[in-house]
Design a binder for this molecule. Structure first.
Ligand SMILES: *Cc1c(COP(=O)(O)O)cnc(C)c1O
Length: 365
């Protein structure tokens, strides 16, 4: 039985074309700048993002870390969303390794930060305060249901940053999902951001890697920072080869993932005991809630896993499913059938043996 793994788009396996590209990749020592495949990927990525230069890094986390470490010095401050991946899920790296002070602003349900809130978070010149240096945005915003940020919004934040002599870093882990959802070129979404990082290893299905893009001098400095955090990789063309295939062949098909996410969300909306906000499902991420006093989300996830359906449980009754390459329409239908069967709305279902555990409610968008 096929396992339908909807925990994340990071579970995607490389395509045959990627495996072939990896096998045939021309290699060199990238720390010397000698890997032609890495150089080609970096050039391609910079062009796609509308930036001067690019740098291959090991992960999205490293992409954000290297970018923010390059923008800010110790004791300086970065403004970022309270539901941003960098604030929540990167092990506090910017503080731990960079001494950078995160200043959070509330994320709104559409993934944005209010311009007024950003402005209020910018520090004045006062010996008591850290110096504000950077504003970080995330597109799509993972915790806000994969919400895409519009070019208009990103440009407005960039204009605000410029007025205050600040820089903007865009965590574009899923920037291609945003471009496909909005029907726009990716360059329009990166316009105004000084730096952008995006993942090759999520929806684009490459096995490893992210890319940081920005101005030439910024990338030269980021290359040094990448070395500091141990990210100087040698024959990294092995990774870059799959990344080139990802950029060439895998961006347009993200629309299939979005259609599957929509199908899943619409199905979930029909199931007793589950609740989903359909308006918030715009890309490949579906957040939904289990509303049952007989069954915990944990128990439901365990039950579904026995039927080969994997979901992520995010605390309280909150669940997440992410569609990606390798997930077909019939897999979505199987997941829906399993959910319908697995959700206990009556007493007597196997799951009701377990006491429903009250878990602290986490704030969602
Ligand atoms: C996944 C993700 C990252 C980190 O990428 P990794 O490759 O898992 O380190 C960063 N930002 C966002 C928005 C993400 O979803």
């Amino acid at each position: 039985m096929k396992v339908v793994d909807l925990r994340s788009d990071t579970v995607t396996l490389p395509t045959q074309a990627m495996r072939d590209a990896i096998y045939q990749a021309e290699l060199g020592d990238d720390v010397f700048g000698d890997d032609p495949t890495v150089n080609r990927l970096e050039q391609m990525a910079a062009e796609r993002m509308g930036k001067e230069a690019a740098l291959l890094v090991a992960s999205g986390t490293m992409g954000n870390l290297v970018s923010i470490l390059t923008h800010c010095r110790r004791g300086e401050e970065a403004i970022l969303g309270d539901l941003s991946h960098t604030f929540l899920h990167e092990a506090g790296g910017i503080s731990a390794l960079g001494g950078i002070h995160p200043h959070t602003v509330k994320n709104r349900p559409d993934g944005t930060l209010r311009l007024e809130d950003i402005e209020a978070a910018i520090r004045g010149d006062n010996v008591h305060y850290p110096r504000t240096r950077l504003i970080c945005l995330e597109n799509t915003q993972n915790h806000c249901g994969g919400a895409p940020l519009t070019p208009k919004y990103t440009r407005a934040v960039a204009a605000l940053a410029k007025r205050h002599s600040l820089s903007v870093h865009l965590d574009g882990a899923r920037i291609f999902n945003a471009a496909v959802a909005l029907g726009l070129g990716v360059k329009e979404l990166t316009d105004g951001a000084d730096s952008v990082s995006f993942c090759l290893s999520k929806g684009l299905s490459a096995p490893v890697g992210s890319v940081v893009c920005g101005p030439k001098e910024f990338i030269a400095e980021a290359r040094r920072t990448r070395k500091v955090v141990g990210g100087g990789m040698r024959q990294a063309g092995i990774i870059a080869a799959a990344g080139i295939t990802a950029l060439d062949e895998m961006t347009d098909r993200l629309r299939v993932d979005h259609a599957n996410a929509r199908r899943l969300a619409e199905g979930i909306a029909q199931i007793d005991g589950l609740a989903v906000d359909l308006q918030r499902v715009q890309t490949n991420i579906v957040y939904f809630d289990l509303q049952s006093d007989r069954q915990s989300a944990d128990d439901l996830v365990t039950e579904l896993a026995k039927n080969g359906i994997k979901l992520l449980h995010l605390g309280a009754g909150s669940l997440r499913a992410v569609t990606h390459y390798g997930i077909e329409q019939e897999d979505i239908d199987r997941a829906l059938q399993a959910l319908e069967k697995g959700v206990s709305t009556r007493a007597g279902w196997a799951g009701s043996r377990h006491k429903f555990r009250k878990v602290k409610k986490t704030r969602k968008c």
